[in-house]
Each structure stands twice: as C-alpha cells, then as structure tokens.
Design a protein around this ligand. Sequence first.
Ligand SMILES: Nc1nc2c(c(=O)[nH]1)N[C@H]1C(S)=C(S)[C@@H](COP(=O)(O)OP(=O)(O)OC[C@H]3O[C@@H](n4cnc5c(N)ncnc54)[C@H](O)[C@@H]3O)O[C@H]1N2
Ligand code: MOO
Length: 405
Amino acid sequence: MAKSKLMPPEEALARILEGAVPLGVEQVPVADTYGRVLAEDLAARRTQPPAAMSAMDGYAVRAADIATVPVKLKIAGEAAAGRVFPRPLAAGEAVRIFTGGVVPPGSDTISIQENTRRDGDVVEVLQSEKPGRHIRKQGLDFSEGDVRLKSGQIIGARHLALAAAMNYAAVPVVRRPCVAMFSTGDELVMPGSETGPGQIILSNGFAIAAIARREGALALDLGIVPDAVEATIAAIRRARAWGADVLVTTGGASVGDYDLVQKALSAEGMELAFWKIAVRPGKPLMSGKIAGMRVIGLPGNPVSAVVCSELFLVPLLRALGGFPNVHPTLVSAVAGRNIAANDERQDYMRARMTIDGDGRRVVVPVETQDSSMMSALAMSECLLVRAPHAPPLEAGAACEILLLE
Ligand SMILES: Nc1nc2c(c(=O)[nH]1)N[C@H]1C(S)=C(S)[C@@H](COP(=O)(O)OP(=O)(O)OC[C@H]3O[C@@H](n4cnc5c(N)ncnc54)[C@H](O)[C@@H]3O)O[C@H]1N2
Ligand code: MOO
C-alpha cells in the first residue's frame, strides 16, 4: 500500500484555525473579569475627576492672596473628600481641604499644610504658590465618552480597576470557549486505582483540561471511554449536549483494531478536515467538525497529546477566546550538543535548557525521545524544533525552541 503524504503542521494549524473567530460577547461583573478579553471598546461613563480636586492636604486659597507671605487668611470651612464646600471663596479666605476634596470655586491654588501655621479659624500661609498648584483638573484622567480601554485588551488588575472607575459594573468580554474532552482506552484507570497487568493510569485528560483552563476555556472532562463505538458515540453526544465549542479526544487515533474514535465521530456526522500530520510526536492527529463543534483528535501517547495540545489546541482556544497572540512563539537558542539530521516529520524534541555566560539559551535534547515518556516531558524546559529533513546540527549552532511553561 502506498504511504499517504502527511500534512505539514503549518497547513494543519491553518485548517484548525479556519473560521475560528472570537466567540460571542457576554457581560461579566467587573470583579470577575481578570484575565478575560475585552469584547468592545469601553468609553468612560463619567468624568474623572468629576470636578477640580486637591492633590494634597492643606488649604484652598487664591494665589493672588498669598503673593506676599507670610499672610493670614480666615478659614471659611472645610472640603473633605466627598463633601463640597457650599459657596465660592471670597478674597482673604481659605478653605481647609484634604486630598481628593473638591476645590471651591474662587480658589485657584492649594497651600500645603506643611507651609502653613494654624491658629483657631485663621491660617498663616508661609509660602506663595502659582495658580493651579496641587490641583487636579476636572477630567485629568478621563472625560465622559473617552475610549480608554480597547477591544481585545486582556484584562489585568490595572484594566479592571480602570473599567470600574469608568463606572462599569459589568464589562463586555469574549465568551470562554467550552472544551469537552474524553480519553479512550480499555486499559485506562483513574489515578489511585489498584492496577492490574497492562493497565495504564489516565494522565492525558488532566493535562488537556489544565491547558484548556490555562488558556481561559471552560473544561469538561468526560473521563475514560472504553474502546467501543457505542460508548464513544455516547461521549460525543454528551459533549454536544453540554454545548462544547471544541471536543478533544485522546487515544484511538492510529490504525489499530481498537482505534475507533474516527469511526464514532464519522457516525455522528463529523466532516473530517485532516488526519495524520508530518509532526513528531503526534503523527495521527485528526481534526474535523460536527455541526458547530470543532473536534481535535489527539494521539493517546501522553507526550504526543500534550505537545499537540500546545501546538494545535492552544492556538484554536486563543483564536476563539479573542486573544491577540494566537500562534506559538518560537525563540532562538543554540544547540548544546550535536544533533542528528531529521527525517520527513517536523520534530519537537524534549530538551533541557540552561543560560550560558553570554545569556544564550543552550539546549540539550533528552536522551530518549519516546512519546510515551511523561517524565522526560516534565523535566524539559523547552521543545527543540527540527524542520523536516533538517541537516545535522552541530553543538553551538543556532536553533529554534518553544518554551514550555
Ligand atoms: N502501525 C502503526 N502503529 C502506530 C502508528 C502508525 O502510524 N502505524 N502510529 C504510532 C504513533 S506515532 C502514535 S502517536 C500512536 C498513537 O496511537 P493512538 O492514538 O491510537 O493511541 P493509543 O493506542 O490509544 O494509545 C497509545 C499509548 O498511550 C496510552 N494512553 C492512551 N490514552 C492515554 C491517557 N488518556 N492517559 C495516559 N496514557 C494513555 C496507551 O495506553 C498507549 O500505551 O500510535 C502508534 N502506532
Ligand atoms: O506521533 Mo507518535 O506521537 O510519534 O508517538
């Protein structure tokens, strides 16, 4: 049988990202928006400060009255934060004011407390000030209608505070993608189980759920599904009933007699986009769609499942979630040892990384690159990317890596 041509990873990712635009908008209480993506520009709903306000504790006065110092002024009242002095200031008067207090009309400068001496209801001002000193003008921060947060902004603590200050109790954010996942395999059991010979403890599902949540998605882990078409169909239906935007399966992706996932997905009407890619680890990767639900079928080998999640699932979730940087970012490094020529599959080698005296990232692939070895993946700081048919790489030569979290 002729060997079918494997799809290059760039093309596979392009297919996965086809039509992947930010999901709808939802209004979320401002307190819960940390890490979410803003779905619309936010225009201020008020002016801040709403009136001219003092930036210091002291006395609101007329600059003309303190042009010659020392000078004694009569204290006409008080303007604390949130309380407004009720009338314009007359010549020869001062108003006791605190940081955040509204500057009374008629006054045009603040004499800070340290430059005054108080005696009952008289204050002696010891230093002259220019008009406007220590006064925050109305609208210094923003005026009603000013757009101060742009659609696409990832909301951090600072942005969340600004949205609140602009008087948004709820904020329009991009809806989180809903990601359902299940792991197929008769051999799989849950962690903590008594294991029989040949049994394997489920690990993939945990990693995929964690990656999905890290990328801001809601994850529903449907657990272990036996190698049977009916059971697999039932799990696919549960994912659809939950409203999954993305279904991730692991295992049963290859060509063995028990690799039934694609059969079950086809029976449920999946339109296949591709199956098998020129990537190591992760050759049997599959993708398609059942109505509006996108499907990514990951290989069962744990390293393949995790690496392919980083390479293909993460960009999809970021595109659906409205995040600005969708594609994985490669960074430059140097090889820490000689590396053999590559074959036809793009290789993502698990590798250790150190920083040398010149600040360069020095990368050494782990000895055994078997896609079942979670310990090798867990100890690696990065994946060394080797292009298809790349010639041998000598120690000290430049290369590209993908940093792992
Ligand atoms: N004749 C061929 N055999 C295989 C090929 C091929 O092209 N021709 N491809 C190999 C490659 S590459 C991969 S990758 C694997 C992927 O196969 P499957 O997706 O069908 O994976 P399974 O057979 O279901 O499982 C592989 C391995 O991983 C363990 N596993 C599965 N699920 C989990 C899980 N959720 N948590 C932990 N471990 C899991 C499973 O027990 C197996 O040991 O196929 C090669 N074969
Ligand atoms: O593609 Mo498989 O992940 O090489 O073992």
